[in-house]
Structure formats: structure tokens, C-alpha cells
Design a protein around this ligand. Structure first.
Ligand SMILES: Cc1ncc(C[n+]2csc(CCOP(=O)(O)OP(=O)(O)O)c2C)c(N)n1
Ligand SMILES: [Mg+2]
Length: 897
């Protein structure tokens, strides 16, 4: 029997209670169960389940069983009537199936661009019931449902959009050939590539599921804070059963239950296969997932068997059929798809004579046509209706399907199914006939696309259904609502500087509180923190703007007597995500796309340990680019040596290198408060006034030093990536340029002093706020010049600024050398770079900076060496400086140590 009650408390309570009334109740329940158990053990499980459900509905907290029997959660007698025209829907679905398959087959008969047939084949009913009866396209003040479609099932979405008249035949022809004349369709859901079509990128397995949870949560947050009203949109997420192996998929389930996200519905397409083979050949993925989801507090609806099984289950008075269903493993079920009905009779039913008897009246062919629940619209409709009306919990529909459904020998249920991209004429013909697509024998080999005439019943029905549900999906809105952003005056205080020592992190927190108090913009700010608020000195915000919690604060916080107590509120502004960078990033994406999904521009500021950003959740950051998210990522405690005590796993010396790989990410490494103010003010303007689809990455440090006032005329340089911060003394015979940035600029400034005092060198110190932007623009110019060789060459900002300078060029960085080296090709005479290549260590800043050779002394040596190489001074001077400055020339290279 599949029922395991997981409450250790219940029996104890019963034993210890002196309430004789309760005792009598228990005894009578046992009597009832005892009589049932003897004959109908499986039915007993169901009775218990129902009873518990009933009690739960009346508000009694009854422990939840981890598993229920391997049958549909909604019994046949409780199924609602199907509201649609089954026959028309079947036809429409068949055409979509055909076109989706044809797109992939065509694309691969001319080119080898790939694509997937079998995933959509298994999903078609799960999608179509949704499209015809549930997925709301939005209207009035009802936001459209947000649907995370299974990424590699995109041909199914395209094929439906073709029938709806949203895509042309030419576009279908150009599936996966986006660069072809006339444009094509992207392989997977990519809003960046198809910005009026796709809303959510999903094909990196696991990201769709985690994003959908945080999206549903963010929708509630917006509502709680008064930004949205009206009927609530649903968030749907279609998940592959193989995809549930990804930790991101299941990692945030408890949040959805804790926050009672009944606006969220997941559909796990349990076709029992992933790419290589079975998902759980030796077990049952549906049962495993049921346990996980129920344990996490979700409402679980299993759709295992199609209507053909109803009569068999009803006729099975002993529970033997359910027992057999539970015994067979997914590997067996996969085999039943590829074997003839005689095999099913022998292997499945034949295990028990009573079961063989049960199917005596069915032919082998009928046995083979016993559908799985996910292919039966009636069962799917019942599940969706229950899911969308369920209150107080998120729902998952676990639907059993067949991978490659309808492909027959071309891949149905086969292990090769996932990668099947071609079909021969015979296979095409069979597919056509099985689904009744009106294509003549002579044409079938060409796999032509099929769209019924505009005045056909099918077309009318198809369009009428979508119209009734508010319009076509998927659809992304290109709206760009704006905010009133004035400029750097918003942060005037930071431009003035301060004699008090501060870190750029503290300066950022100051800036954030100024922004939060800004009348126009303040309430649009969404601070996102993964349990590091105190680390970054943001705890004052807890009290000030509150931490969002749908429950408010049910307890008196331990620090309630203090001014800055831990304040949770129903309309709290902070998203305190706990130790969860992936979840925080998902919140960042939900908030950063709110301008398009809700038409409400929100400004996420996600602040985290910089080491646990690009390196840890880089795939989500990449996706933030694809989805055109806006906002600010703040990599705090940055720098391989600036974060000193924490050691190898914490010290970030490479996030800027990774940031340089994301096209829409503007990455900056500010050294001073005024740089931060200029960059963030500009970012706000670009994103929320000019409507640019960008997001920002800024590194923040925890080293304290005085914050200088902003020098005149540096704003352009700050934004473009480089400006001269402090010129060297004028009266020296030798000249050098030291490029630095972030808190390590102090190595450069100290080196400037030593060089002047001891070596007669005048070194100018530069703040490089963004190597990424400098390189980006320089490459752009270089490329233009290459392609326009006879025209006057263009000059990048970098070249324009540096061409006026003389002497040796040196860069010193708290990041690995590759970060400054990005600009080396455009530096006159070349660039000599110092950086932190290698694993970090725990030690003091001074020791670490000597270890990585980025301290002032090392910077002096690098400068003198560069001058010596130019012939500006004798090499002996460098040799002497190494001794004078106490640097060990034979110390081990940190990268190898
Ligand atoms: C992170 C990630 N790893 C690997 C892949 C490659 N991949 C695409 S589909 C797939 C198998 C998917 O199986 P399942 O989730 O069961 O979906 P189905 O096609 O069976 O519906 C794999 C491994 C990917 N897209 N993303
Ligand atoms: Mg699968």
C-alpha cells in the first residue's frame, strides 16, 4: 500500500490523551478500517486520503501522506464535463503536431540545424487543453498568464502561432535559421531574439522552474505593495521530468508552499525519458516527485491513466490492478510503448491470472491503445480545473505521457527519441494517417505545412477560443514605462566626498537610502539580499522599509526594543531571500522584467558576495541578458585581496572577466562614492528613461578610506570607463601612467608617491571604471576601420584619451591580469599588467597584496621595469629598487602555488 503517514506526533498525542471521547473515535475508525482492509487494501488508502483531505478542508491540520496510489488523483466519477468540442480540438491538435514535426524535418533535410520532434509530441495535449481553456492572454486590468513553456518544445508553439496566423510559412521554413534572408525562428524561447513573441527563456534546464516560483511570488509582492490590482494572473510552468534532476528545479519548492502561491501551476511532462534514456528506469518518477512535492507542501494532482483505464479500474475489485501498476517500473512502462499489445497482455496483465481475465474482452490492439493520462484531454482538463481553482497551495500536475507520441517506429518511446530529427516517407505517411492530417500521398514526402482554410470550423474554433481567453500566447509586450529620474543631483551628497573613511559598500548603502527616499522613484526600488544585509551594513533598512512577508510579523522580534529591529511586513519592500543566490537572481529577473510583464517599472538592486554571483549563478545572469532584465547587480566584498581574511573560496578576482562575456551587462569597478553616484544615476536614466535593455554590474569593496569630492570634468570618463584621477608632479624627467581601479587604486597612488620621491618618475594615476566598456568600444571602432579601409579611421574613446599621454603604461588590478589586459592592444607602447591570478588566501591585505604582487612596491617595480624596457632608465635601477623595496625576486608565482 502506498500510504505512509509521516507524523510522529499523532499517535503519541492519542496515547497520552486522557480524552475518552477521542479514544472512542479512534477505536471506531480502526473498526471501519479493519473491515475494509481485509478486502480492499487500496481502497482503504483512498478512504484515508479522502478523510484527511476533508479534515484539511475544514481547517484541521492533518499530516500529509508522502505518497498515494499510482492512479489518477481525480477519480473518474469526480471528473467535470469537458467544455470544448473534442473533435475540433483533436483536429487542430493534429495539425499542430504535424506542422511542428514538419518544421524540424524540413530544417534538417536541407541543413543540419537540429531541433526536437518528440518532446512536443508528448506535450501536445497538455498544451492544447491549456490553450483552448485556461491560458489567459490578458485584457483590461487582468495581466496575461505567465507561461514558462518547455524550451525544446518550441516547434509546438511556432506551429500553433502559424495556425493562428501569427507566423508565416516562410518563418516556419526558417526554423533555426535566424540569419537567413527574411529572418527565421529561434531554436528555443529567446526574448532577446524574438522580443514580441517569447516572454521567458526556459531551455537551460532548471531555470524556468525556479524563475516561475519567484515570478509567482513577485506578482504577490507587487500586489501587496499596491502596484497591481484586478484579477490575478496565473503562472504556469511546463517542466520536463528529466529536468527535475536539476537542483534549481526542485530547490525552491518550499518557498512556493510557504508563501501559499496558489497563483502557480506546474505541469511536469512525465514522458519517463530524458535525452539518453529513462528518467527512472528502475523506479517511478511520478511517485518520486509526488513525495517530493507533497513533502514540500504542494497540492499534487496525478494524471497517470487515460479514460480507457477507468472501466478496468472499476472492475478491479481486489486492488490487484493498482498493485500491478505500482509494481511495474518506468523501464517496463517505456517498453509497453514500443512492444505490441500481446506483450502488454503477457507481461503486464499476465503476471496475475485475475488481471488477464480482466482484459479478456480487449484485443491486443485495444491494449496498445490504452492511453496515458497526459494524452487524454478529459483527464488533463479535470486536472487543470482543479489546479487553477485550488486555494492556499501551489499545484503540480504530474502527467504521464509518451515521448515521441505518434512517431511510431521513428522514435515513439525509443531511447533515441529525443534526438530524432528526420523521418522517411513511410514514417511521414504513418504519422499523417494516424492523426488524420489532410495531406495527399503524393505530397507527404515533402512534409508540407498544413493550415485549414480560414472559413473552416477548425480555424473559427481555434481563433474564437483564443479570443475568448484574451488573445494569443506566448506574447511579450514591448512597453517601456518610464520613471522620473533627474540625474546625479539625486545623489549630491556622494559627489561632495567625505573626510570620514568609508568603503564603497557603505557609500552604496547611503546612495540606496537616498534613492529609497526619493519621492518619484523610491517605491520602485526592490532591494534583494541573500542573507548578507548585516555584512553590508544594510540592517537599518530592515526597520525603515521592512522585509516582505505575506504573513506580516506574527512574533515579537528579539530585538524589538532596539531602533533597528528585524521588521517583517505584508507590504515590506526588501526581498530577504535567505542564503540563496539562485533564488535572489530569479527575483532580480522577475523585478527587472516587471516593466514588460506588468507594465510597472521596478528597479532591483541585488547585493551579494561577488564571488557567489557570476561564478555561482552565471547561467541565470546570462538569462537576465536574454530576457532583457533591467536593474543593478552589486558584487560586494569584491577583490581578491581587498576581502582579506576569507580565503580561497570567497575572494573574487575574476567576476569582471565573466561580466565581460554578457553583452547587455554594463560592468563597472568604481573606486569612490562619486563614481558610484555617476554610474548609478546614468544607469537609471538609460534603463528607466531611455528604455535601454541593459543591466548593471558594480563591484563594491569593504576597505575604508576617505572619499574624495568629485573632480571637475570626469563624468564622461567615469561612464566610458577611464579618466585621469591624479596627475603626477610636473618637474620629473621620466613619465609613466598607472591605470588602476576599485580600492586597489591606493596601490597606484602610493606607488605614484614612491616613484616621484625616490626614482624621479612622474606617474599619472588613472581610474579605470570599466575595462569591459573600453574594450567594447575599441573593438567596435577597429572593426569598422577594417571594413572601411579607405575612409578616415575612427578613433575609440580609449585611443583618444591615451594618445595624448607619454611614458610607460602599467596597470594594477585586484582582478586577474586578463581583466586590464582587455585594453592592452590600444595602449601606446603596450601595457604591463599586475593582477591577482591564482587562488586567494586568508591573510592581511598588506600580505596578500605583496603575495600577488599588486602592492605599491610591486607597482613601482613594474613601472621602473617598463621604463627600463623602453630604454628610459638602466635595468640596474630596477634591480636596485627590488632590493630597496624589499621584494623577494625568487618568490613563487602565486598562480602555481
Ligand atoms: C542545463 C542544461 N543541461 C542540458 C541541456 C540539454 N538538454 C536539452 S533537453 C534535455 C533532455 C530533457 O529531458 P526532459 O526534461 O525529460 O524533457 P523531455 O524532452 O523528455 O520532455 C537535455 C539534457 C539543457 N538544455 N540544459
Ligand atoms: Mg522527459
Amino acid at each position: 500500500m502506498g500510504c505512509v503517514y509521516n507524523s510522529p506526533h499523532m499517535s503519541q498525542e492519542i496515547k497520552t490523551t486522557s480524552d475518552s471521547k477521542l479514544q472512542r473515535w479512534v477505536e471506531s475508525l480502526e473498526q471501519v478500517l479493519g473491515s475494509v482492509l481485509k478486502s480492499e487494501s487500496e481502497q482503504a488508502a483512498l478512504i484515508m486520503d479522502r478523510l484527511a483531505q476533508r479534515l484539511r478542508e475544514s481547517g484541521i491540520n492533518v499530516p500529509r501522506p508522502v505518497n498515494t496510489p499510482y492512479i489518477n488523483s481525480i477519480p473518474a466519477e469526480e471528473q467535470p464535463d469537458y467544455p470544448g468540442d473534442r473533435e475540433l480540438e483533436r483536429k487542430i491538435k493534429s495539425y499542430i503536431r504535424w506542422n511542428a514535426m514538419a518544421m524540424v524535418v524540413k530544417a534538417n533535410s536541407f541543413t543540419n540545424v537540429g531541433g526536437h520532434i518528440s518532446t512536443y509530441a508528448s506535450l501536445a495535449t497538455l498544451y492544447e487543453v491549456g490553450f483552448n481553456h485556461f491560458f489567459h492572454g490578458g485584457n483590461g486590468d487582468r495581466t496575461a498568464d505567465m507561461i514558462y513553456f518547455q524550451g525544446h518544445a518550441s516547434p509546438g508553439n511556432y506551429a500553433r502561432a502559424f495556425l493562428e496566423g501569427r507566423l508565416t510559412e516562410q518563418q516556419l521554413h526558417n526554423f533555426r535559421q535566424e540569419l537567413t534572408e527574411g529572418g527565421g525562428l529561434s531554436s528555443y524561447p529567446h526574448p532577446y531574439l524574438m522580443p514580441s513573441f517569447w516572454q521567458f527563456p526556459t531551455v537551460s534546464m532548471g531555470l524556468g522552474p525556479i524563475m516561475s516560483i519567484y515570478q509567482a511570488r513577485f506578482n504577490r509582492y507587487l500586489r501587496a505593495r499596491g502596484f497591481i490590482t484586478g484579477e490575478e494572473a496565473k503562472v504556469w510552468c511546463f517542466v520536463g521530468d528529466g529536468e527535475t534532476d536539476e537542483p534549481e528545479t526542485l530547490g525552491a519548492l518550499t518557498l512556493a508552499a510557504r508563501e501559499k502561491l496558489d497563483n502557480l501551476v506546474w505541469v511536469v511532462n512525465c514522458n519517463l525519458q530524458r535525452l539518453d534514456g529513462p528518467v527512472r528506469g528502475n523506479g517511478k518518477i511520478i511517485q518520486e516527485l509526488e513525495g517530493v512535492f507533497r513533502g514540500a507542501g504542494w497540492n499534487v494532482i496525478k494524471v497517470v491513466w487515460g479514460s480507457e483505464w477507468d472501466a478496468l479500474l472499476e472492475a478491479d475489485h481486489t486492488g490487484l490492478l493498482v498493485k500491478r501498476m505500482e509494481e511495474a517500473v518506468d523501464g517496463d512502462y517505456q517498453k509497453y510503448v514500443v512492444e505490441p499489445g500481446s506483450y502488454i497482455r503477457r507481461h503486464f496483465f499476465g503476471k496475475y491470472p485475475e488481471l488477464l481475465h480482466l482484459v479478456n474482452g480487449l484485443t491486443d490492439s485495444q491494449l496498445q491503445k490504452l492511453r496515458r493520462g497526459g494524452h487524454d484531454p478529459k483527464k488533463v482538463y479535470a486536472a487543470y480545473l482543479a489546479a487553477t481553482t485550488h486555494k492556499g497551495q501551489p499545484t503540480v500536475v504530474l502527467a504521464k505521457t509518451v515521448k515521441g507520441y505518434g512517431l511510431g517506429e521513428a522514435g515513439e518511446g525509443r531511447n533515441i527519441s529525443h534526438q530524432q530529427k528526420k523521418m522517411n516517407e513511410k514514417e511521414l505517411r504513418e504519422f499523417r494517417s494516424r492523426f488524420g492530417v489532410p495531406i495527399a500521398d503524393e505530397e507527404v514526402a515533402e512534409a508540407p505545412f498544413y493550415r485549414p482554410p480560414a472559413d473552416s470550423q477548425e480555424m473559427k474554433y481555434l481563433l474564437e477560443r483564443r479570443q475568448a481567453l484574451g488573445g494569443s500566447l506566448p506574447a511579450r509586450s514591448d512597453r517601456q514605462p518610464t520613471l522620473k529620474i533627474t540625474g546625479t543631483d539625486m545623489f549630491a551628497e556622494l559627489l561632495k566626498g567625505s573626510q570620514f573613511e568609508a568603503s564603497t559598500t557603505m557609500q552604496f548603502v547611503r546612495l540606496l537610502s537616498l534613492l529609497l527616499r526619493n519621492k518619484e522613484v523610491g517605491r520602485h526600488v526592490v532591494p534583494i539580499i541573500p542573507d548578507e544585509g548585516r555584512t553590508f551594513g544594510m540592517d537599518a533598512l530592515f526597520r525603515e522599509i521592512g522585509i516582505y512577508s505575506p504573513k506580516g510579523q506574527l512574533y515579537d522580534p528579539v530585538d524589538s526594543a532596539s531602533l533597528l529591529y528585524y521588521h517583517e511586513a505584508k507590504d515590506g519592500q526588501i526581498l530577504e531571500e535567505g542564503i540563496n543566490e539562485a533564488g535572489s537572481m530569479a527575483s532580480f529577473i522577475a523585478a527587472g522584467t516587471s516593466y514588460t510583464t506588468h507594465g510597472v517599472p521596478m528597479i532591483p538592486f541585488f547585493i551579494y558576495y561577488s564571488m557567489f554571483g557570476f561564478q555561482r549563478v552565471g547561467d541565470l545572469i546570462w538569462l537576465a541578458g536574454d530576457i532583457k532584465a533591467k536593474g543593478f547587480l552589486l558584487g560586494a566584498t569584491a577583490g581578491r585581496t581587498t576581502l582579506n581574511g576569507e580565503g580561497l573560496q570567497h575572494q573574487d578576482g575574476h567576476s569582471h572577466l565573466m561580466a565581460s562575456t554578457v553583452p547587455t551587462c554594463r560592468a563597472y569597478d568604481p573606486a569612490f562614492g562619486y563614481e558610484l553616484a555617476v554610474i548609478i544615476a546614468d544607469g537609471l536614466k538609460r534603463m528607466y528613461v531611455n528604455g535601454e535593455d541593459l543591466f548593471y554590474y558594480l563591484t563594491l569593496y569593504n576597505e575604508n578610506y576617505p572619499m574624495p569630492p568629485m573632480p571637475a570634468g570626469v563624468e564622461e570618463g567615469i561612464l566610458k570607463g577611464l579618466y585621469k584621477y591624479q596627475a603626477g608632479p610636473a618637474d620629473k624627467p621620466l613619465k609613466a601612467q598607472i591605470i588602476s581601479g576599485g580600492s586597489i587604486i591606493h596601490s597606484a597612488l602610493k606607488a605614484q608617491q614612491i616613484l616621484a620621491e625616490r626614482y624621479n618618475v612622474s606617474a599619472d594615476v588613472w581610474s579605470a571604471t570599466s575595462y569591459k566598456l573600453l574594450r567594447g568600444e575599441a573593438v567596435h571602432c577597429q572593426r569598422w576601420n577594417m571594413l572601411h579601409p579607405t575612409e578616415p579611421p575612427r578613433k575609440s574613446y580609449l585611443e583618444t584619451v591615451l594618445e595624448k599621454e607619454t611614458g610607460a603604461f602599467v596597470a594594477v588590478s585586484d582582478y586577474l591580469r586578463l581583466v586590464p589586459d582587455q585594453i592592452a592592444p590600444w595602449v601606446p607602447g603596450g601595457l604591463f599588467t599586475l593582477g591577482t591570478d591564482g587562488f586567494g588566501r586568508s591573510d592581511t591585505r598588506a600580505t596578500l597584496r605583496r603575495f600577488f604582487e599588486i602592492d605599491a612596491e610591486s607597482t613601482v617595480i613594474a613601472t621602473l621595469y617598463s621604463l627600463a624596457k623602453r630604454g628610459d632608465l638602466p635595468r640596474e635601477t630596477v634591480h636596485q629598487a627590488i632590493r630597496d623595496l624589499n621584494v623577494n625576486p625568487d618568490k613563487v608565482y602565486p598562480y602555481f602555488l
